[in-house]
Ligand binder design. Structure first.
Ligand code: ASP
Length: 253
């Protein structure tokens, strides 16, 4: 039997770290959410403002407050890595995110990791993470196409589903996943195919790895094996900016 939705936050964002600790939830898997910004934490002037919105006062903490149902599926620990429109994503944030993922994954108590990210460059960050993360634990990228203030905002359910996927032992070992609008894609294959539709991501070639169907997560396929690159100590800045790195991103794994 599930507890009634009572969400306890032990404080607001403190030193970039937020905890969401649920009563009687010790049996639930621990999922670490790493927030980087994007439409999922953006605000418009009114519920019909579906373009031209901005990141204003919202962040990963307000996202958690919007989805108290997370407590039914996981113990959540959330960190704010950045709070930017993903068109402003930088190599520096990629590295910080990579370190945060490695740190979270190294904790034996962590079952999986969710990254919230703007959709403009989600496929690039997810691909970088797919190439560099060493852990076999699930890493799920999600975001939204409608701002948090929109009529029928898609962010809350996308986040809930991403947490459910990250908490599913069957998600392990599949490489980085991109999950929005009930579809689970490999980061190897995820491509943004619409600038406005909630079904913004499609597979380039191989089709979805899985689907959310109501209360079920249906796994359909496997990702090919990853060959993680050394990270972060052996990835110097000049190499990141180099043509060979760009080529490597486009030709390997
Ligand atoms: N401009 C936003 C971003 O990439 C778009 C989105 O999240 O859907 O941050």
């Amino acid at each position: 039997m599930l507890n009634s939705p009572q969400t306890a936050y032990n404080g607001a964002a403190t030193q970039g770290r937020i905890f969401l600790i649920m009563t009687d939830s010790a049996k639930l898997p621990k999922i670490v959410i790493l927030g980087t910004g994007g439409t999922i934490v953006s605000s418009g002037d009114d519920p019909l403002m579906l373009t031209g919105y901005r990141i204003k006062g919202l962040n990963v903490e307000t996202l958690l407050c919007a989805v108290p149902e997370l407590q039914y599926f996981a113990r959540i620990e959330a960190h704010q890595i950045a709070n930017i429109d993903s068109s402003s994503m930088t190599f520096s944030i990629w590295l910080e995110l990579g370190r945060a993922i490695e740190k979270a994954a190294a904790d034996p108590d962590t079952a999986g990791i969710v990254v919230t990210h703007g959709t403009d460059t989600m496929e690039e960050t997810a691909w970088f993470t797919h190439l560099t993360a060493k852990t076999q634990k699930p890493i799920v990228f999600t975001g939204a196409m409608r701002p948090a203030t929109a009529l029928s905002a898609d962010g809350p359910l996308n986040l809930l589903n991403a947490v459910r996927i990250a908490a599913d032992p069957k998600a392990a070992g599949r490489g980085v996943l991109v999950a929005l609008n009930d579809v689970i894609l490999s980061a190897r294959d995820a491509m943004k195919i619409s600038p406005t539709n909630a079904a913004a991501f499609g597979p380039n070639v191989q089709g979805p790895l899985g689907l959310i169907a109501g209360a079920e997560i249906l796994w359909l396929g496997l990702s090919v094996l990853r060959r993680p690159f050394p990270f972060p100590s052996l990835l110097p800045w000049r190499f990141l900016a180099s043509t060979s790195f760009t080529l490597m991103l486009t030709t390997t794994a």
